[in-house]
Design a protein around this ligand. Structure first.
Ligand code: GZL
Length: 358
């Protein structure tokens, strides 16, 4: 059933989305609320200035609609037992409430690709005028994207990058530079270990560019800058804490020489910390731990000296996603690749910055 499209133009907005510094609505409430706590200065999500390719409503063949009259569908990928996912979904809900979107429908694919496809198809059948999608994988969503394309429903992707074409199957990608995150994690590990270590890598889940890029950034930087650091093992912990712990327990038994862990997200890093303790060793000292995300749990451990470094991967896409949608539906060209800036936490700043974590 197609949704009657409203022809009224959206709120006009001056500039294409390029370098935007946006305040964040708080992610503390549990429901959709128009109330939001004042954003802490450094929780803001900032897009890097870009002169890359753009996409406009005319290019995409969509129709203008006012957000206040729009039904927005949000497709979340992974279970919300990871603070990254909890904060990401809450940011979308908070911003939708703040803007006064007519209706926001959220789904969660529980880390299952086939369910994300059916979730998106359901959102379309429920009358979504706009879709915000956090893809589980870089490939495989084609049937759902085609269903949206056939109805000219704009799709904004946040977090992970799809292999298919921007301004064709979807309007824009909003997310981090994951290769850069891996490089920065390597820099933290090189500094923290003095350039000598035997490292195990806890890989993220397969099938998405985040894992590929965080691995490439890290390995290339170690090879380029640290001849006395050896990567002795790489194994996936599926971005999950329990699997990160189980894999680390096994790696420590088979590689007792390990002196540092690079975990491609905080949840696996915290699992590794539990494994290190179970092995009778002191995390942060006997075996150092570096990871990516910026969750409160990890940053608190860092401040306590039981963790060694965290590179932020900011999940608070709500303001930037809706600003992109407003610009696009108002006829402005928006960037096809909108890359955000990410902060970092180290032993010197963790205690002061922990409130920026999520
Ligand atoms: C990164 C995101 C990753 C997080 C993990 O943008 O896709 O997925 O870093 C999550 O915590 O599992």
């Amino acid at each position: 059933m197609s949704t009657p499209r409203k022809s009224r133009l959206l709120l006009s907005t001056a500039a294409a989305v390029a370098a935007l510094t946006l305040g964040l609505s708080g992610c503390t409430n549990t429901g959709t609320s128009s109330e939001s706590s004042a954003p802490a200065a450094d929780t803001q999500q900032t897009a890097k200035a870009s002169d890359g390719p753009t996409c406009s409503l005319a290019d995409y063949k969509g129709e203008a609609i006012e957000l206040k009259d729009a039904t927005v569908g949000f497709s979340q990928s992974e279970k919300e037992d990871n603070p990254f996912r909890i904060a990401e979904t809450q940011s979308i809900k908070d911003e939708a409430a703040k803007i006064g979107v007519k209706k926001l429908i959220t789904t969660n694919a529980q880390s299952t690709l086939s369910k994300q496809i059916s979730d998106i198809q359901d959102l379309i059948s429920q009358g979504a005028d706009i879709l915000i999608v956090a893809p589980l994988n870089s490939d495989g969503l084609e049937p759902a994207l085609k269903a949206a394309r056939d109805k000219n429903i704009p799709v904004i992707t946040v977090d992970r990058k799809l292999s298919s074409g921007a301004c064709e199957d979807y309007v824009s990608f909003l997310g981090s530079n994951f290769v850069e995150q891996g490089k920065r994690a390597a820099d933290q590990l090189i500094e923290g270990t003095g350039g000598t270590a035997k490292v195990a890598i806890l890989l993220g889940a397969s099938g998405n560019g985040v894992t590929t890029d965080r691995t490439k950034g890290f390995v290339d930087q170690i090879e380029a800058k640290a001849p006395d650091i050896e990567i002795v093992a790489q194994q996936t912990g599926e971005f999950a804490r329990d699997k990160g712990q189980a894999v680390t327990e096994q790696l420590l038994q088979s590689n007792p020489e390990i002196t540092a862990i690079y975990a491609e997200n905080d949840e696996m890093g915290l699992g590794a910390q539990a494994a290190i303790i179970a092995a009778g060793k002191v995390p942060g000292k006997d075996i150092q731990i570096y990871s990516i995300d910026g969750t409160k749990n990890a940053v608190e451990q860092l401040a306590a000296g039981s963790y060694n470094g965290v590179i932020e991967s900011n999940p608070r896409f709500g303001p930037l996603a809706f600003k992109t949608i407003e610009s696009f539906l108002g006829g402005e060209p928006v960037g096809q690749d909108i890359v955000i800036e990410d902060g970092e936490y180290d032993p010197d700043n963790a205690a002061d910055k922990v409130n920026s974590a999520y």
